[in-house]
Ligand binder design. Structure first.
Ligand code: ARG
Length: 270
């Protein structure tokens, strides 16, 4: 009897050893183990921003994830993508502990002083997420209401422009999902965030009875870029790779998979 259980134990141990071994290998976020001589880059994100980057189980998925994998592959690099949170992205890049950040990051003058950015890869604008029966019809009408935003985003900046810096009615959250939760539980009258994110949320959560209000007067056009430490040599390599996947159809393929339409690449290149 003892012998049999030892045999079973030994067999299980062997099996664990054999199957467990593979887990230590670097697995790219595509799940495939692609052969490449390229160096592995540490790429950071805040995976709380569907459909750009979000968690499916413990896997980071989204448009940005497919995009960065395609760009890195084109440039000859392996990707190790890590969700560190929004504020830490900037700390990691500034401290050069990460090579690249991708997180629906808007390129603006203030950020350009501290970081380098790739050529644009996505066009965006802030929009207002409100309950279906809300009277809010414009940015100006946010005044007098409690507004939830993600800290340190262009959404926060836009709302501050309308209500005033550090206004008591602006509730700031570490990630955008928490801002939306605040709206759902009635702690805020609106969320201001990137259009694609709030539009997807409404589409995927019909039971929550929310709608999106746009206002091109209050909210500017923005472009997303990959973010690098200042002076990074990767910038020119990645710019080339982004342009390459614009040309060879890979960008359009990924875009269509996520958004169901063709991208306007000319606007991005302009
Ligand atoms: N585009 C906005 C910005 O750059 C919001 C991005 C938030 N991204 C995220 N993964 N939470 O400020």
């Amino acid at each position: 009897m003892k012998k049999v259980s030892f045999l079973v134990f030994a067999m299980v141990a062997c099996l664990l050893l054999v199957t467990g071994c593979g887990k230590d290998k670097e697995v790219s976020t595509t799940g495939k183990e692609e052969e490449s001589n390229g160096k592995t880059l540490r790429i950071v994100t805040d995976a709380n921003y569907a459909p750009f980057e979000y968690l499916e189980g413990d896997k980071i998925v989204g448009f940005d994830v497919d995009f960065i994998n395609a760009v890195a592959k084109e440039a000859g690099y392996e990707v190790k993508l890590e969700s560190v949170g929004w504020d830490p992205i900037f700390v990691e890049i500034e401290g050069k502990r990460a090579d690249v950040a991708i997180s629906a990051i808007t390129v603006n003058d203030e950020r350009k002083q501290s970081y380098d950015f790739s050529v644009p890869y996505f066009l965006s604008t802030n929009k207002i997420l409100v309950p279906e029966d809300s009277d809010i019809k414009s940015g100006d009408e946010l005044k007098g209401n409690v507004i939830a935003v993600q800290t340190g985003t262009t959404g926060q900046e836009a709302v501050e422009k309308l209500l005033g810096k550090n206004h008591k009615d602006i509730k700031k959250f570490e990630n955008n999902n928490l801002a939306i939760q605040e709206l759902l539980k009635g702690g805020a009258s609106a969320v201001v965030a990137d259009n694609t994110v709030v539009e997807e949320y409404v589409k995927n959560n019909p039971d929550q009875k929310l709608k999106v209000v746009e206002d091109s007067k209050s909210f500017n056009e923005e472009f997303y870029g990959l973010m690098f430490p200042k002076g990074s040599e990767l910038k020119s390599e990645f710019d080339k790779a982004v342009n390459a996947i614009y040309e060879n159809g890979k960008y359009a393929e990924i875009y269509k998979e996520w958004f169901g339409t063709d991208p306007d690449i000319e606007t991005l290149k302009a």
